[in-house]
Write a protein that binds this ligand. Sequence first.
Ligand code: N2P
Length: 359
Amino acid sequence: MKKVMQAFIMVFIAAFALIGVASYLNSSNGYSGANTLTVYNWGDYIDPDLIDEFQRQTGIRVVYETFDSNEAMLTKIAHGGTAFDIVIPSDYAINKMKAEGMLIPLDHSKIPNLEHIDLRFLDLPFDEGNIYSVPYFWGTMGIIYNPELVRGKEFSSWDDLWDEELAGQILMVDSAREVVGIGLVSLGYSLNDTDTEHLQEAYRKLCGLTPNVKAIVGDEIKMLLANEEAAVGVVWSGDAAIIMDENDKLDYVIPPEGSMVWFDNIVIPTTARNVEGAHQFINFMLDPADAAQNTEYVGYATPNAAALEHLPEEITGDERFYPGPDVTDNLEVLANLGKRMLGYYNELFLEFKMHRKRA
Ligand code: N2P
């Protein structure tokens, strides 16, 4: 019995020592274990210096993870596992998360910097009243091309992508709604079409694009196009801005028959453990100087009117990346089409990818 008692005491001392070491490790870098903030954001979508600055100002330790499509993000959140405090989804994904009770209503009194956001980006249909989300970046989808590599060819329509001279020359963004959307819009249908006949037609049309598609890629699309590894890309506007900053030969167009305008907003999911810290993070990112710094680093368009004052005219005056309402009013915002339809879009996208592999 004495031996059992001794063993018990030893285990107790060892456990106690371990807890002590763990808490020392946590506090030795100035952060307490409980005071962390887990952020889930798109890749290449924040200036890392701002994370450092937020940690310094608040003493909150940021744990940072990235995703490269709304679908990947939604799947990960649905599977649980990580208790994210902050997520940055796009319009239709925000609406879906809101409809499924996955978001916490924001306390606007804790986000005074919300006043700096241009009214044009507030109160949008996917989250009326901004009950659950505040604007982070926005943009469009279009075609970026290298005039030298396409020998002067102009891109005045989505259909120009199907030109057989572009064999093996196109890189595409790895995202279901975008790629299936190109098939739809090139046929004159809406990006939010739910008619399965139209969707099948779009799929067949996309299969016809296969010989021209060099690859469907994530964030590396920027590096590949800037290094002239391909002549043409179907990209989000901010990626085009970054590529053109690296290689000014390229140009970006939004085909006139239509495209998407999208909005990425910050939300607090119901998994959040640090709701207070999440509000601090949101308010920090909306500070005009911080938002301007982030915009210069990330390359996407900021919805923060006061941040624009801190940015050079060369950035904010470029209508390819800061189009006015005259352009965006004719573009579509992706709608939450419901679980079944979203699944159908994902399926068609996957089939298109498999068709490419077989070809
Ligand atoms: C950043 C991707 C921006 C997402 N790498 C467009 N919604």
